[in-house]
Design a protein around this ligand. Structure first.
Ligand SMILES: [Zn+2]
Length: 328
């Protein structure tokens, strides 16, 4: 867990990939793949949730085999599809860069040659357990659901990916709620402002960008649900934004993208609140009382000793966040 989240802030970035950046010539992949014998298919295409996903193997296929890699990609697509109610893009290229070792490395998401593309290095000796527990590819796929932003707004998209990824995986049964909330309790304090001159907008501090952005998402989720009597949360808004056509191909600025969620008066009121919070967090000095927030939600402790108090005033909100529920 510690290493997992430590790695996260070090290795994940979103880039605007161009034809000359991050794209490895397919011919090179063919020559590399031959070295790994039987399982030497170089690419596979399948459809998931109406999205055509091409998985290419660069410099060969990890020893675990092509099917295990494809199962992993499908599981991540399932998490994102379930969270947003649809896949964010109609076509996706996932480039598996075969590397030394047994881990998943520095990954990027962008657009290359007109197609959304995720490049993810996978160690040739990657074990199944590592694929089963992986968060990186889901994180990258979450980036597909929102426009690429200017660097000064990176806190928003990285915060979304950091916050959404574990919840999306929880909702398909890939992790449990203890892991989700233990991570939030442990890591969100790193994202708080350190001084009176430490706004999220334009921050270059990695913890501030990832976990400060995640704090915004958590606070927004709770406030949206409070305002709507637990009927509308962040997942509803982000799903609506995605269904309205916003994704990595869009060129709206983040504020305009968030304002897309105005399909009904109830949604519009929630969207207005979300944008108001965005403005406050972006340039203001919002320092939420995280201890009080977790107490309100009825969650305390660390790692496997996390406990839930269903008598807490916000326990129903916590459960609704876990399951994307609207309370009765
Ligand atoms: Zn990211």
């Amino acid at each position: 867990m510690t290493n997992r989240r430590f790695c996260k802030v070090l290795v994940i970035v979103v880039i605007i990939a161009s034809a000359s950046f991050g794209v490895i010539d397919f011919g090179l992949a063919k020559s590399g793949a031959a070295a790994f014998g039987a399982d030497n298919f170089l690419s596979s295409e399948f459809e998931y949730g109406g999205t055509r996903i091409e998985v290419s193997f660069i410099d060969g296929v990890p020893r675990i085999g092509k099917m295990a890699i494809l199962d992993w990609v499908k599981r991540c697509a399932k998490a994102v599809d379930r969270y947003y109610g649809q896949m964010p893009v109609k076509r996706l290229r996932v480039k598996i860069q075969n590397t030394r070792g047994d881990e998943i490395g520095f990954s990027t998401t962008g657009i290359a040659r007109g197609v959304s593309e995720i490049e993810v290095p996978v160690g040739i000796d990657i074990p199944k357990k590592c694929l089963d527990e992986d968060w990186v590819l889901t994180h990258e796929m979450v980036h597909l659901a929102f426009p690429i932003v200017a660097w000064k707004d990176r806190w928003l998209t990285e915060g979304m990916a950091t916050y959404v990824e574990p919840i999306a995986r929880l909702q398909i049964g890939n992790i449990d709620e203890k892991e989700v909330w233990a991570d939030l309790i442990k890591n969100t304090p790193k994202g708080q402002a350190r001084s009176e001159n430490d706004p999220l907008k334009g921050s270059r501090r990695i913890d501030r960008i990832y976990w400060g952005g995640a704090i915004f998402c958590l606070v927004a989720d709770v406030e949206l649900r409070k305002r709507s009597k637990n009927k509308i949360g962040l997942q509803h808004i982000l799903s609506y934004v995605a269904r309205s056509g916003e994704n990595i191909y869009s060129d709206d600025d983040p504020r305009d993208a968030l304002l897309r969620a105005s399909g009904s008066p109830e949604l519009k009121a929630s969207s207005d609140l979300l944008v108001k919070l965005y403005d406050q967090f972006s340039s203001g000095m919002v320092v939420p009382n995280l201890s009080a927030l977790f107490d309100y939600l009825g969650v305390s402790g660390v790692r496997s000793s996390v406990v839930f108090d269903d008598r807490a005033p916000g326990a129903a909100i916590r459960k609704a966040i876990n399951n994307n529920l609207a309370s009765e």
